[in-house]
Design a protein around this ligand. Structure first.
Ligand SMILES: Cc1ncc(COP(=O)(O)O)c(C=O)c1O
Length: 456
């Protein structure tokens, strides 16, 4: 075995089990320890060499042939990103037995009819590579649902690309349509993959901050930020983490600026079916916008199947071309049986979505009322399964300190939002809770907070 293979064999299990769940800063000594103890018996380790470099016992012949790998290596474009906050908080939750209202995945299962469709597809042998841009049945189902929801008729073969979750739709869109140096506008706070993916694409990011209490669009700031140099605006409605939904008036402002300056819109609409207080509007449906918009979505949130990672991007052919080019070399195709089952899911009657919203409205009421009774200032949330609150009544320095306190002393997990801002200071008073949990779990979490949190 070559040294590089030995390193890989010894490292990989440790990497996946432990390192992925720790902040990057803490990786280094860990790897060095692992490396030196596990490899040294078989191969002269660089660490051993380093620590014994004055030791006469180390032969000079060995030293000259040593390869000294750097323990952690990452490309500059990803250097600043740490382990995602969701992973960190979920691990802390397990350690302290805390109730996880942090990461946005349901603690209940998706509908049987969709799971049965997946099992059926597997049994029928739909198990080999799918067509790169999606199995025809799913492309058609996506196009049909989009027509019903937005009124837009799209060609399932030329304008729909099936991806591995919305995360891959986002990555394929950025990598397929953004050139290094292109300016892209983001609304902060933002879903964490946007900044990392834009960074991979080499984009120049301009942030516009949405501020509490209503997180409305700062129109003048946007007007002065958009110019002929702007390549795209990244829009997420309903919005994670705030639950804000962009109004028709706000979307009209964005649309007219985009048309005037020839700017693209990348619209992340994964929470479109979780719109409680107002109607969801796809910006692609506004006049003149379809030809400059990529609409991205996925199955996970609406069907409580976040682990399936089936998503899609809808765009006119001239933009779809770029998205598909990137998609072809990122994943090429996504899971075949899950795609067939997803087509079945998307053909579900409207009653499914109505019931989903009824269920989530009840959950939301439990959480929001409970948070208010516990003493938080709760900001209004119109969509998604998140609410954000001001934690400052409890006297902790910032959102991260508050979340750590909440996990360790109260036994509940929330997500600090400073990580969703270009300038973390802007999020230091705000934390996010999710209500995609069963009602008992929500009640227990609320009870803990009411009992153990005290205002300072
Ligand atoms: C705004 C937003 N976009 C995209 C995603 C990722 O979606 P998927 O799981 O389909 O990749 C999430 C998941 O939390 C999200 O909140």
């Amino acid at each position: 075995m070559r040294i590089s293979e030995a390193i890989r064999c010894t490292w990989t299990p440790q990497y996946s089990n432990e390192m992925l769940h720790q902040p990057l800063k803490s990786f280094k000594p860990y790897i060095l320890r692992t490396f030196s103890t596990s490899i040294s018996r078989k191969y002269p380790s660089p660490m051993a060499t380093a620590s014994t470099q004055n030791d006469e016992a180390v032969s000079t012949q060995h030293k000259s042939t040593q390869i000294v790998p750097k323990p952690i290596q990452v490309a500059k474009r990803l250097e600043k990103f740490k382990t995602t906050i969701f992973t960190q908080m979920s691990m802390l939750a397990i350690k302290h037995g805390a109730i996880n209202l942090g990461q946005g995945f349901p603690n209940f299962d998706g509908p049987d009819f969709v799971k049965e469709a997946a099992i059926q597809s597997i049994k029928e042998g739909k198990n080999q590579y799918a067509r790169g841009y999606g199995v025809p049945d799913l492309n058609s189902a996506v196009a049909a649902r989009f027509k019903k929801d937005s009124g837009l008729e799209v060609d399932p073969e030329k304008e729909v690309t099936v991806t591995s979750g919305c995360t891959e739709a986002i990555a394929a869109t950025m990598l397929g349509l953004i050139n290094p140096g292109d300016e892209v506008i983001l609304f902060a706070p933002f879903y964490d993959s946007y900044e990392a993916t834009l960074s991979m694409a080499g984009a120049k990011i301009k942030g516009i901050t949405l501020r509490p209490p209503d997180f409305s669009l700062p129109i003048d700031e946007l007007k002065s930020a958009v110019s002929k140099n702007t390549r795209a605006i990244l829009l997420n409605t309903p919005h994670n983490p705030t639950g804000k939904m962009f109004t028709r008036d706000e979307l009209n402002v964005i649309a007219s600026l985009c048309i005037e300056n020839d700017v693209l819109v990348f619209a992340d609409e994964v929470y479109d079916k979780l719109a409680f207080e107002m109607e969801h509007i796809s910006i692609a449906s506004l006049p003149g916008m379809y030809e400059r918009t990529v609409t991205m979505n996925s199955l996970g949130k609406t069907f409580s199947l976040t682990g399936w990672k089936i998503g899609w991007a809808i765009a006119p052919p001239h933009l779809t071309w770029g998205v598909r080019q990137a998609h072809s070399y990122l994943t090429f195709a996504t899971s075949t049986p899950m795609q067939y089952a997803s087509a079945t899911a998307l053909r579900t009657p409207d009653s499914y979505y109505e019931e989903l919203k009824r269920d989530y409205s009840a959950k939301k009421a439990i959480l929001v009322e409970g948070l208010k009774e516990a003493g938080f200032t709760v900001y209004p949330s119109s969509g998604t399964y998140f609410v954000v609150v001001d934690h400052t009544p409890f006297g902790l320095d910032n959102d991260i300190a508050f979340c750590e306190y909440l996990i360790k002393e109260v036994g509940v997990v929330a997500i600090p939002t400073s990580v969703f801002y270009l300038n973390p200071e802007e999020g230091k008073n705000i934390v996010r809770f999710t209500f995609c949990k069963d009602e008992d779990t929500l009640r227990s979490a609320v009870q803990r907070m009411k009992e153990k949190l005290s205002k300072k």
